[in-house]
Design a protein around this ligand. Structure first.
Ligand code: PHB
Length: 391
C-alpha cells in the first residue's frame, strides 16, 4: 500500500512538472509548414522534397539553436486554391514560423500574399518562374529559375551548329519563361524557330504535338515539361520515331530528371540539357548525398530533392544565425547573402533578389556502368537569375 501511494504521488509530481514545463516547451518549437504536391500529376516533386527534408533531419538532428524543429506536411496536389487555404490554416491555426515547399509556380504565387501579411518566410523549394521572388519580400528561393538554364542552352545551341529548332513547352508561367529566354538567346545568335507548340500542364498527350515537330524537320527540339513528365514525354518521343529521325531533344534539364532517366531507355542517349543538378555531379558531397538518399529511399535523387535539401538547410542556417529567434524579418535578413556547398555545387542567396545563385552545367546523357546519367561537361559559375526585371 505504502509503495503504491508513493508511486502515485511520484507520478503526480511528474505530471505537475510536465504540466508546468508545457508552455515553455511549446515556445521552444519551431514549426515549418511544408506544402507539397503529394498526390496528382506533380507528386514526384512532393515525394523528392519530402524525402530530402527527412534525410537532412536524420543527418543533422531535429534541434537547432536550442529549438526543436517540427515539420507539418500538407498535400496541396499542386492546386493553388488548396495551397492558399493550407497556408492560411498553417499560419493562423498552427502558428507556423515558416511556410515552405511549393511544387509549382501557381502554388508559390498563391501563398505569397499570406507570407507578406503574416511576415513569415516562404521558402520556395521547387517552382521556377522568375517573378516569384518579386511577389513578397518574405520569399527566398532554393530551387532555380528557368531563365538560368534556358538562356545558357540557347547560346550553346547556336554555337554547336543547331540552326533550326521546334519548341514544345508546358503552357503555363515557367514554360513561357523557358520558351522566351531560350528564343531570345537562340535567335540573337542567328538561330531560327520553325515550329512552336504549347502543351497543357495537366495529363498532356504529346503524340499530336510530336507529329507536328517531326513534320517541321528541325535540327533539334527545345522541350520544357515540369519534373515528373519527362518519362512519359520520352516514351512518346521514341514511339513516334523522333529519335530515329535524328531530332535531338535540348532544353532545361527538367525533362531529363535523374529520378526518371533510367526508365527512359536508349532514346534519351545523347540528349544535351542545361541544368543545376546531376546525380552524377562529381563532388565528394554529392556522392555521399546520392548514396544516403538511395539507401534511405531506394531511388535516385533528382533536382527537386536537392532543392528541398538546400531549402531545409537554409532554414537551419538562418535559425543558427538568429540564435533561434523566429522573427520573420530577422530570418529573411539572415538568409540574404548566405553561401554554402550543396550536392549540386556552390550556391548562395542573392541579397538583392533573395533568389538562388548557382552553377549551371551543360550535360549529355551517357551510359555509365549500365545506367543512364546526365554527364556534366561544361560549367557556368555563379549564375544569377537573368529574368529579374531591371529596376
Ligand atoms: C514550376 O511550376 O515553376 C515548375 C515545376 C516543375 C519544374 C519547373 C518549374 O520542373
Amino acid at each position: 500500500m505504502f509503495v503504491r501511494t508513493k508511486l502515485l504521488s511520484l507520478a503526480a509530481a511528474g505530471l505537475a512538472i510536465a504540466g508546468a514545463a508545457a508552455p515553455a516547451q511549446a515556445q521552444e518549437t519551431v514549426k515549418i509548414g511544408l506544402i507539397l504536391p503529394m498526390t496528382g500529376g506533380q507528386a514526384s516533386t512532393g515525394k523528392q522534397i519530402d524525402n530530402a527534408v527527412k534525410l537532412y533531419m536524420q543527418q543533422n538532428g531535429d534541434t537547432v539553436a536550442g529549438k526543436k524543429i517540427q515539420i507539418i506536411l500538407k498535400d496541396d496536389a499542386a492546386v493553388p486554391d488548396n495551397t492558399k487555404r493550407l497556408a492560411q490554416e498553417l499560419i493562423v491555426n498552427d502558428k507556423v514560423n515558416f511556410i515552405a515547399g511549393f511544387g509549382v509556380t501557381p502554388a508559390a504565387l498563391a501563398a505569397a500574399p499570406l507570407a507578406t501579411q503574416g511576415k513569415i518566410p516562404e521558402i520556395v523549394m521547387a517552382a521556377g518562374t522568375s517573378i516569384i521572388t518579386e511577389r513578397s519580400p518574405y520569399i527566398v528561393r532554393t530551387s532555380f529559375t528557368l531563365a538560368q538554364s534556358s538562356t545558357i542552352i540557347g547560346d550553346w545551341a547556336v554555337k554547336n551548329g543547331i540552326k533550326k529548332v521546334a519548341t514544345l513547352t508546358s503552357d503555363y508561367a515557367p514554360g513561357n519563361d523557358a520558351l522566351n529566354f531560350f528564343k531570345e538567346h537562340f535567335t540573337a545568335g542567328g538561330g531560327q524557330i520553325v515550329e512552336e507548340v504549347k502543351v497543357p500542364l495537366a495529363n498532356p498527350d504529346f503524340a499530336p504535338f510530336l507529329q507536328r515537330m517531326k513534320d517541321a524537320k528541325p535540327d533539334a527540339m527545345f522541350v520544357f515539361v515540369p519534373a515528373g513528365q519527362g518519362g512519359n514525354f520520352m516514351k512518346q518521343y521514341a514511339e513516334r520515331g523522333l529519335d530515329k529521325s535524328g531530332i535531338k531533344v535540348i532544353g532545361p534539364g527538367d525533362v531529363m530528371d535523374d529520378d526518371l532517366l533510367n526508365g527512359m531507355g536508349d532514346a534519351a542517349l545523347g540528349t544535351v540539357t542545361a541544368h543545376l543538378y546531376s546525380a552524377a555531379h562529381p563532388s565528394a558531397m554529392n556522392k555521399a548525398f546520392v548514396a544516403a538518399y538511395k539507401k534511405a529511399f531506394n531511388s535516385r535523387p533528382g533536382f527537386m530533392a536537392v532543392s528541398g535539401y538546400d531549402g531545409i538547410h537554409l532554414i537551419y542556417a538562418a535559425l543558427k544565425k538568429t540564435a533561434g529567434k523566429t522573427d520573420g524579418d530577422a530570418l529573411v535578413e539572415a538568409m540574404k547573402g548566405m553561401k554554402w556547398e550543396s550536392p549540386r555545387g556552390p550556391i548562395s542567396i542573392d541579397p538583392e533578389t533573395r533568389d538562388i545563385v548557382q552553377n549551371i552545367y551543360i550535360r549529355k546523357v551517357e551510359k555509365v556502368d549500365g545506367e543512364l546519367y546526365n554527364v556534366e561537361f561544361q560549367t557556368f559559375e555563379a549564375v544569377k537569375d537573368p529574368g529579374k526585371t531591371k529596376k
